[in-house]
Design a protein around this ligand. Structure first.
Ligand code: AMP
Length: 217
């Protein structure tokens, strides 16, 4: 079977993390989320975490060289040989070019880029209700995807948290950063004929069905 190498693009709050977890499990490929990797480093207090933290807390982007190095290391692990799903990377054209150089060295190419989109008011509602498990990274929403027991992770029983960068002041900043830096990636991958846009306004199941249609041979 051909290796499936996917990129998930889209603004914060669009639900790409939720779809990424589903699809990665379905195709048995690793879900590589730079946001999750960075939050783990911050929690561990590593050198990398210390460098990344200031940018993350303010809703800005971590510098390209740090993120590119993280991804190159992750993709070199054996579980990525059969494919992978990149979630939240690349975020800038510079990162996309660095990824292309890494892939060229490995004689690999990207199978498809899925671009998840939804209007700003939907994104803001989703971000402010979002809760996350700090341990296993499962995502919830107080209205649309509540855990069985309020405040507790269904999967591992840890206490759920609201991400610092999901607080109202930071949400607006993250959407602005996204618009400035990430939208040029949409044009880049459209020009490469790799892009499929997924309307992400609907329920998790509806969006999931649209993802499967976009990837059908
Ligand atoms: P996310 O969970 O994808 O929303 O990422 C949370 C935060 O981690 C972002 O607001 C950035 O500060 C940082 N981050 C994640 N991925 C990247 C990336 N590819 N480039 C730069 N910063 C990133």
């Amino acid at each position: 079977m051909m290796a499936l190498r996917l990129i998930f693009l889209g603004p914060p709050g669009v639900g790409k993390g939720t779809q990424a977890v589903r699809l990665a499990a379905l195709h048995r490929i690793p879900h590589v989320s730079t946001g999750d990797i960075l939050r783990t480093e911050v929690a561990a207090g590593s050198d990398l975490g210390k460098k990344a933290r200031q940018f993350m807390d303010q809703g800005g982007l971590v510098p390209d060289d740090l993120v590119v190095a993280i991804v190159a290391r992750r993709l070199a692990l054996p579980d990525c040989e059969a494919g992978y799903l990149l979630d939240g990377f690349p975020r800038t054209l510079g990162q996309a070019k660095a990824l292309e150089a890494t892939l060229a060295q490995r004689k690999e190419n990207i199978s498809r880029v899925l671009y998840f989109s939804a209007p700003d008011d939907v994104l803001i509602r989703r971000l402010s209700g979002r809760r996350a498990c700090p341990k296993c990274h499962a995502n919830y929403h107080v209205e649309t995807l509540p855990p069985k027991q309020a405040g507790t992770c269904d999967r591992c029983g840890s206490a759920l948290i609201q991400r610092k960068d999901d607080l109202p002041g930071t949400v607006r900043q993250r959407l602005d950063v996204y618009k400035k830096q990430t939208e040029e990636l949409v044009r880049h991958y459209a020009a490469e004929k790799l892009l499929s846009e997924i309307d992400s306004t609907g329920t998790v199941d509806l969006v999931g069905a649209a993802v499967e249609r976009a990837l059908a041979p």
